[in-house]
Design a protein around this ligand. Sequence first.
Ligand SMILES: CC(C)(COP(=O)(O)OP(=O)(O)OC[C@H]1O[C@@H](n2cnc3c(N)ncnc32)[C@H](O)[C@@H]1OP(=O)(O)O)[C@@H](O)C(=O)NCCC(=O)NCCS
Length: 167
Amino acid sequence: MATTTYIKSGLEKLTVRPALLSDIDEIHTIEKSAYSNPWSSNVLLDCFKPNYWFLTLLYKDQIVGYSIVSNIVGEAHLLNLCIGKKFSGLGFGQFLLDKTVLNCKTQECASMLLEVRASNTSAIYIYRKFGFIEIGVRKNYYPSDEGREDAIVFSLVMDQSTIDEHV
Ligand SMILES: CC(C)(COP(=O)(O)OP(=O)(O)OC[C@H]1O[C@@H](n2cnc3c(N)ncnc32)[C@H](O)[C@@H]1OP(=O)(O)O)[C@@H](O)C(=O)NCCC(=O)NCCS
């Protein structure tokens, strides 16, 4: 991935830190703003586990997004990547994805897997931009307004020799 393609103005004010239990209400508000079928607070709380990396993205000290990864013997599974609706399209998602991938690399994960709705064109765009490769389809994986929707499964092989800070 090129190092500067997604740097937009204001990104220098972004910071990433592990989520705290006390963040849960803010995180759940963002979850509800971004998804048609949001996770409940309890599902989010269930992600505070030792083999999970739950990161928050802050813009000027306000939580604007988060990512959740489970780590199963060196394989990272990106379970959630979310930016609050009013902050979408500003480059924040790519900034957080970059930091999330970097964290997994430094924790010696060999690969990252994720599912994404087939209709989620902006998410699919950024995963492809980051080098994720489509490896399959899970039919009727997600609930949708029309019934069910397929998930595209993407995988990223993480090369430990390319650990660097992009921003
Ligand atoms: C997907 C999500 C994380 C992206 O975050 P974001 O901050 O809005 O994304 P960014 O601004 O970093 O980048 C969006 C990119 O998609 C592109 N894009 C926007 N709409 C698009 C569309 N309809 N089709 C293709 N590309 C699109 C933008 O041009 C931008 O790329 P560029 O920087 O090369 O121009 C965010 O929209 C989100 O949280 N969505 C709801 C939750 C979700 O679907 N998460 C993914 C679950 S797998």
